[in-house]
Ligand binder design. Structure first.
Ligand SMILES: [Zn+2]
Ligand SMILES: [Zn+2]
Length: 344
């Protein structure tokens, strides 16, 4: 047998397939492409007189091998550029590869900052300074401190005086650690009536305002959409956090008209988040791609509630890549002055 299923100690299931080394490229292509991508690729192959399977690319007429070892050469023989596995969904990537118009997908090493983290000022585990040190270890150039706001009691949201106290500590640490720039901020609740959970006066004192919905998610689409539109029109909002509210395998996204949200966000220069927490990962890839097409820039936030969770950033990068995003589409690849200057 050449097929087996292995369950790792961490319970991850892995399909193991043994193939001859000379078929490595063909097998890699076959198993990383989605079914839809591979069907389309085989159709193109047939028209060109080829046969493609996990062992190689062959001439249909005499079964002579064209290529098997190198995945890129298989794509080349089929008349197109190699493309990253994240794009292999038959949603336009094959056409783009034929025309040599594939996106240059954003990479993790282009990410310069994290724009959404929590500390033990609210309900997260680790102190502010520990988060800062971790960001420095990760070679980040900037970090936004965005604890929960006052009405979110369940997450020990910060009352005004505590936020003012935190602002002082953030500024002090910003002076102390010259390796990194720290942004004062909040993940401010976008409340059921559409208003923000802090006064404009307080919000105006912060560098970075993420507006998020955490309660009252069972309303109809019109209500939720208007509520987010109101947050977008608040002059201090920088980012709409986890814009669909889904929790993977736990809670469906709320009803929201994303097209209206994207249109307003593009007009107001408000960023939409790709939340990097494995529980959330929203915007999803397909929505991030639509956002980009609507002229919206995307902001990555680990939404870390501990030092260890700051390592979630790469998950958001994967979503961005599946959403066809290039470095200029992702705010976190910009230098901080450009990020801060984008609105107003
Ligand atoms: Zn949140
Ligand atoms: Zn958060």
């Amino acid at each position: 047998p050449t097929k087996s299923t292995v369950v790792l100690e961490n319970m991850l299931q892995v399909d193991l397939r043994v193939i001859p080394p000379e078929s490595y490229g063909a097998a890699l292509q076959y198993f990383t492409g989605s079914k839809e991508h591979n069907v389309k690729l085989r159709t193109i192959g047939v028209k060109a007189g080829y046969k493609l399977n996990e062992y190689g690319l062959y001439h249909r007429s005499d079964d002579a091998l064209v290529e098997a070892e190198d995945e890129a050469k298989i794509y080349e023989a089929l008349g197109m550029e190699w493309m990253p596995p994240e794009l292999r969904e038959n949603t336009g990537e094959i056409e783009a590869a034929i025309e040599k118009k594939l996106p240059k997908l954003v990479t993790l090493d282009q990410v310069r900052g994290d724009l959404h983290v929590h500390t033990n000022y609210s309900h997260a585990i680790d102190p502010l300074e520990a988060m800062v040190k971790k960001a420095i270890d990760m070679k980040l150039e900037y970090l936004a401190i965005t604890d929960h706001s006052q009405s979110l009691a369940i997450a020990q949201g910060l009352k005004e005086d505590k936020l003012l106290e935190q602002i002082k500590e953030v500024r002090r640490l910003d002076d102390e650690y010259s390796e990194i720039r720290l942004l004062t901020g909040t993940e401010c609740d976008n409340k059921s009536d559409g208003s923000m959970d802090y006064s404009d006066d307080l919000l105006s004192q912060l560098d970075w305002v993420v507006a998020s919905i955490h309660i009252g998610m069972q309303r109809d689409e019109e209500t939720i959409t208007n509520r987010i539109l109101e947050a977008i029109h608040n002059p201090y909002t920088r980012v709409i956090g986890h814009p669909t509210g889904r929790l993977i395998q736990k809670r469906n996204p709320y009803e929201v008209n994303l097209d209206r949200i994207f249109e307003a966000a593009a007009e107001q220069n408000v960023f939409m988040e790709i939340n990097c927490s494995p529980n959330r990962l929203d915007l999803r890839d397909v929505d991030a791609r639509r956002a980009k097409e609507a002229g919206v820039k995307l902001s990555l936030g680990s939404d870390a509630h501990s030092v260890a969770q700051m390592e979630f950033l790469p998950l958001g990068v994967s979503v961005a890549r599946r959403g066809w995003l290039e470095a200029p589409d992702v705010v976190n690849t910009w230098d901080l002055d450009k990020v801060l200057g984008y609105r107003r």
